[in-house]
Design a protein around this ligand. Sequence first.
Ligand code: GLN
Length: 187
Amino acid sequence: MKAAVLALQGAFAEQEHMLGEMGVEYFEIRRKQDLGQEFDALILPGGESTVMGKLMRELGLMEPIREKIKNGLPVLGTCAGLILLAGELSDGEAPHLATLPVTVKRNAYGRQLGSFRTEAAFGKTGEIPMVFIRAPYIEKTGEGVEVLAKVDGHIVAVRYKNQIGVSFHPELAGVRSVYEMLFAKAG
Ligand code: GLN
């Protein structure tokens, strides 16, 4: 099992720390050549989706990563990572990878009061701690999308085939179940 972490901007070091804690081997994707390595799962971290999307385009990473996801590569997008995966953004902005059939609202909890911690059920795991930082939520899900978690009536975690998208930061609360779900897909 080898994971790749998109390391262009944002909370990638926190993801790497979590993988280290779990004893999972990983490497960073910073440029196109890095995609030449073999890997079993991809993590798109939190951060600023607009900046990450721009860098992915400029570095020629958007197309090859989109293809890998479409071909079944297990991927976890957290917070801004979820925004990168979303097929549609509700404020009319252009989507990025657009592999996950959901509509995502960015900064859905407001910019200032948008950071909080709570607990909610996640899939079959029961309650897990969830850390939200200027987080998005999912307004609409397309066909075949499984809802894994809701907070205050809003969808904050989904799964669709090989893709998992969460609004919160599982790495900041040390929530292993989210990663275990990803790695189960990686075989
Ligand atoms: N607000 C950020 C965005 O729109 C996401 C915040 C995060 O990843 N913690 O990209």
